[in-house]
Design a protein around this ligand. Sequence first.
Ligand code: SF4
Length: 269
Amino acid sequence: MSEEASAVSMLRPAKRAPLPQAPRVFDAQDVVPAPSSLRERLEQMRARYHGVHATTLLEAAIFDEFPGRVATVSSFGSESVVLLHLISQIDPTVPVIFLNTGKLFGETLRYRDRIQAKLGLTDLRSVGPHPGDERVLDPDGTLWSRDPDACCNFRKVLPLRRSLAGFDAEITGRKRFQTVARSSMGPIELNGSRFVINPLHGWSLADLVAHIEKYDLPRHPLVADGFLSIGCMPCTQRVKTGEDYRSGRWAGSDKDECGIHENVEGDGI
Ligand code: SF4
C-alpha cells in the first residue's frame, strides 16, 4: 500500500456503525410542501423545457425564470467543472455555493481556486458549518466515524439551507447515472418551495469526459489517482476498476447521499 493510501486508510474506523434503523437525520427535517401555485409552475416549466439542451435550460433558468434569484451548488469534484463551465459561458456572476465542510481534501480547495480563476467565476461563496454546531456536535472532529448522517447534516445540509435561503432556485450537477435514487431524476424538480434545476440529469460519464476534453478543462487532480466521486477525505475512497462510480463514497455503508438533495419532489419529465 502506498504511503498516501495508508494515510487515508488510517482515517477510517475499524468498524462501521450499525446501519441506521431510525429515519436518517435529514429525513426527519420538515420541508414545507410547495403551494399549489408552485406545483403548477413546475408542470408548466417541465412542459416548456421538455427535451432542451442543458445550455438552453440554464439560460432559461438564469435569465427568464429566476433572474438574480438562482444559485448553483458545486462540490468542485470530479466532473463539477462541466456545469461550472456551461454556467460561466452564460453568466459568470451566478453565485456558486461551495460547501467547505472542513473535511475536504487539500486538492479540492486548490482545484476550486484554479477553476474559479480559469472560468472567471465572480461570486464563489465558500460556506461552512456553524462554529457553535461544530463545538457542540463534533468537538473532536470524529463524528463522521460514528454518525455520518449527523455529520453531513451540520457540515452540509444546514449550511446549504442557510446559504440558499434567499434564492428561488438552485442549479445542481446531479446526474441520473450516479445513484439508484437519482436514476429517475428529471431536469426540473421542487424541494419545498425552491426549484431545483438539473441540466446534466441525462448526461453520461462519457458525455462529461467528452465535454471536458473538448474544452480542455482541468480535471480534479485526484481523478488520475483513482478517485471517481470526490467528497470529504474521511468518507471517500478510490474506486477499483469495474466498481460502481460512487462506491468510494461512504464505502461499506448504505449511505450514498449526503442529504443536501433529500426531499426533492417529483421524477421530472
Ligand atoms: S461526507 Fe463524511 S466528513 Fe463529510 S460531512 Fe459527511 S460524514 Fe462528515
